[in-house]
Write a new protein. Structure first.
Length: 87
């Protein structure tokens, strides 16, 4: 366990091993603005760009990174969409 009682990466990977996996192609939309899927996503590999009004405002590229969490935690629509294939 790491500080604050968080499990280490290997322990998390073991727990996540049985979760469903979705594969997205480059430029395919993963999440859209105003969507309320209730899903929390964890990046296994690759990268995801956060696009708003046609402009990249962020990206996720670290394996194990979590995205989509704000709309899940706040139970609100997400803004902006996320697209895989960020380079």
């Amino acid at each position: 366990m790491l500080g604050l009682g968080l499990p280490n990466a290997a322990a998390l990977q073991k727990k996540f091993a049985d979760l469903p996996i979705a594969i997205y192609e480059a430029d395919e939309t993963v999440l859209t603005a105003a969507s309320t899927t209730g899903r929390l996503l964890i990046l296994k590999e690759g990268a995801v760009a956060i696009i708003k009004d046609g402009v990249e405002i962020g990206n996720v590229a670290e394996p194990g990174a979590v995205f989509g969490e704000l709309s899940v935690l706040l139970a609100s629509a997400r803004d902006p969409p996320a697209l895989p294939g960020w380079q």
